[in-house]
Design a protein around this ligand. Sequence first.
Ligand code: AMP
Length: 454
Amino acid sequence: MSKEDETETVTFEELGVVKPLCSAIDACGWKTPTEIQKLAIREAIAGRDVVGLAETGSGKTGAFAIPILQALLADPGRLFAVVLAPTRELAFQINDVFVSLGAPISLQTACVTGGVDMMSQAIKLAKKPHVLICTPGRLVDHLENTKGFSLRSVRFLVLDEADRMLSMDFEEEINKILGVLPKERRTLLFSATMTSKVAKLQKASLSDPVKVEVSHKFQTPKQLLQQYLFLPAKWKDCYLVYLLDHFKEQTAILFVATCNNALRTTLTLRNLGFQAVCLHGQLSQAKRLGALNKFKAGQRNILVATDVASRGLDIPNVDLVLNLDIPSNGKDYIHRVGRTARAGKSGRSVAFVTQYDVEAYQRLETMLGKKLDVFPTQEDEVLIFEERVTEAQRLAMKELKEMQDMGEGVRGKSSRGNKRRMGGDGEGGGGDGKSNVFKPNKKTFNKAMSRGKR
Ligand code: AMP
């Protein structure tokens, strides 16, 4: 497809989508197809297996849901499609899209993930929904333990966020599922990146696929204003409060490295009167969804999250992303800041760089191929908050201890086996625990930067 074709405005109808489905799409407020939808829908409707390289936020769910619904309309059947997704949250989101698009045709779906009891899921499966959205581990559990349940009638398989499923060690489960699916089926594979494992999976599961791509590795949206803040680790919370106070009308996601730090930061912010909720991999499924829903519904404007929330979650209208901890992996940074400045809207991200993060930050700038602007602050204005922040931190530590005593806190180091259940971010451990203090002026920063370069 030529560049010109890629940018032309087409309608869903022109892509070959049938009228009843176009009305359902319209009712979702989707006026024209996104880039990945333009490329993938046409091919999938034409009957091809598709490999789509696209990230969350690109509209990829519609890119596979629309052709599946169209095929279902043409030839109705039960347990018609299975969608595999790496996390419970993503599975629920995909389910929501199918439910919205399928409302006019009385589509029945089931979302089957871990963290929910098997029996109630078995009842749903016995009703044979049209579309089944699952995390791989739970689907295998049902294949092995739920009487009468099979995937014999499946005609469409979707592997969503394949790179992430494979990096979360779901390979064995996916292979088991592929082993029991009919060979005569269509497969749509979506992935943010084409890793060697994804290429292997593609070979094993797709037949003569067409490859469509819209993601550009390591690119951030043009409308995203990316900034950094150089600060002493000791005053991180103070700078955070200063920023949140500065942007108090805005919705923000704060990314931290560990579950423990997510909880500690949330408690500290709540003690200061901020409307913060926490999302990390050690929360129960109900609490994770509860937190996310409160944030989505606008009841809370601050979400403190580990990387479990950085990919795959559709959280609209986030104004601000704060990287309180610099991610060690550049791709995680891209996914984190990708929570703002979506669908043409503007947004801002601020990376908190302490004296300990200079090297990681430099690697990040090299990866991005550009220098970020500094977020301007006046130290004396920031430190106005110091006393209140210290008191809020003290209270938060007390609350954390009480929660630990009651068995509600965050566990320490996780085992590898926990990694998957915790959404891949199972690190425990404490907050920063570092106390070196120095003034974050330009001279110190430059010195630290040149030290880091050596
Ligand atoms: P996804 O990448 O599938 O998670 O979609 C990201 C967001 O884009 C979701 O909020 C969708 O509802 C929205 N979306 C998907 N397709 C379209 C479209 N064609 N026009 C406008 N919004 C869309």
